[in-house]
Design a protein around this ligand. Structure first.
Ligand SMILES: Nc1ncnc2c1ncn2[C@@H]1O[C@H](COP(=O)(O)OP(=O)(O)OP(=O)(O)O)[C@@H](O)[C@H]1O
Length: 308
């Protein structure tokens, strides 16, 4: 797996207060990586460090395979597009005029403007003044600016901030298709897991400056298993056998034939069901509670524990 962004033990303190703590971020090439965390977790600060806008207190950043230093910083950032904080753009100019300014600043051929307008669905409105744009259109213009020059990496800080549900939906589709439509790897931050779920494949969850989970959405879902309920024909024998396996269980209050088990792995569950069947307990039903991703996220960030 090639990483497009790697940080090593990145730390940042402001006036002695740690806001990013030993951050080891690894963003695989070709993915949409969701950088999640509650307000104030340190997402923007980390992204600004990646873009050379803020100096880390310690640690290093590797972008596109190269450790960033004063010599290669500008060259690396030329291959990176970003949208940090609210969308920029001169309100009295059209989207096309704004894009021309950015293209000139970045020394990019004006031919690229039509391509990026097309990607963000602003071709029809390209000659309207940005002051007349909705927030969603301004956000899309911000992304078009970031896309100029076909960067290999896009860093987007809360691009869905302030958008209405339709705007969020549109932004999701746009970002999810980015690796395929532009070849870019995307790092996108948000404080809402629900918003990210449909557009990211990899996730990093930051809390109080620390990474508490990094992995795929599937890996995060592994933490979604809640308790398990097994309906059996012989309850007493079932309890005995489970206790002998080290599993404490008891019948549910209103369903005396259903045993309530704590959360266990799929492998352990399969083994228990086999043992119960071999001992003629008669397993006739099995249900497992699942926590929503939002619940997992909340329980992780409230406990602040590391699960990766
Ligand atoms: N220039 C600064 N000087 C002092 N403290 C700062 C500075 N920039 C950020 N901080 C503090 O660092 C912490 C992390 O802020 P940051 O903006 O990185 O969090 P965030 O995860 O992006 O939050 P949000 O989702 O609210 O944008 C906050 O407590 C913030 O007040």
């Amino acid at each position: 797996m090639i990483s497009v962004i790697e940080t090593h033990d990145l730390c940042k303190s402001y006036n002695g207060r740690i806001v990013v703590e030993h951050l080891n971020l690894s963003v695989p090439q070709g993915c949409v990586y969701g950088f999640l965390g509650p307000n104030g977790a340190g997402k923007s600060t980390s992204m600004k460090i990646l873009l050379g806008l803020v100096h880390p207190t310690s640690g290093s950043v590797k972008l596109l395979g190269q450790t960033m230093n004063e010599e290669n910083r500008i060259a690396l950032l030329r291959k990176t597009g970003s949208l940090i904080e609210s969308p920029s753009g001169y309100l009295h100019l059209t989207a096309r005029e704004n894009l021309k300014i950015i293209a000139d600043l970045k020394d990019i051929d004006h031919k690229d403007i039509d391509r990026v307008l097309e990607i963000v669905h602003l071709t029809a409105d390209a000659n309207r003044k940005v002051g007349q744009y909705s927030l969603g259109m301004k956000q899309r213009l911000g992304i078009a600016m970031a896309l100029l020059g076909n960067p290999r990496l896009l860093i987007l800080d809360e691009p869905t901030n302030g958008l209405d549900p339709a705007g969020i939906q549109e932004m999701r589709g746009l970002i999810a298709s980015m690796p395929e439509s532009t070849g870019a790897t995307v790092l996108i931050s948000s404080h809402l897991l629900g918003e990210m779920e449909q557009m990211v494949t990899q996730l990093g969850i930051l809390d109080h400056g620390k990474m508490i989970f990094e992995g795929s959405l599937q890996e995060l879902r592994k933490h979604s298993r809640g308790g398990i309920q097994i309906r059996v024909l012989d309850v007493k024998k079932g309890i005995d056998i489970l206790n002998r396996q080290g599993i404490l269980t008891q019948p549910m209050t209103h369903h005396l034939d259903i045993l309530q088990l704590p959360s266990i792995s799929d492998e352990k569950l399969a083994e228990l069901v086999r043992t119960l069947s071999e001992n003629n307990v008669g397993v006739v039903g099995l249900t497992s509670e699942t926590k929503s991703l939002e619940e997992i996220f909340l329980s992780l960030t409230q406990n602040g524990r590391e699960v990766a």
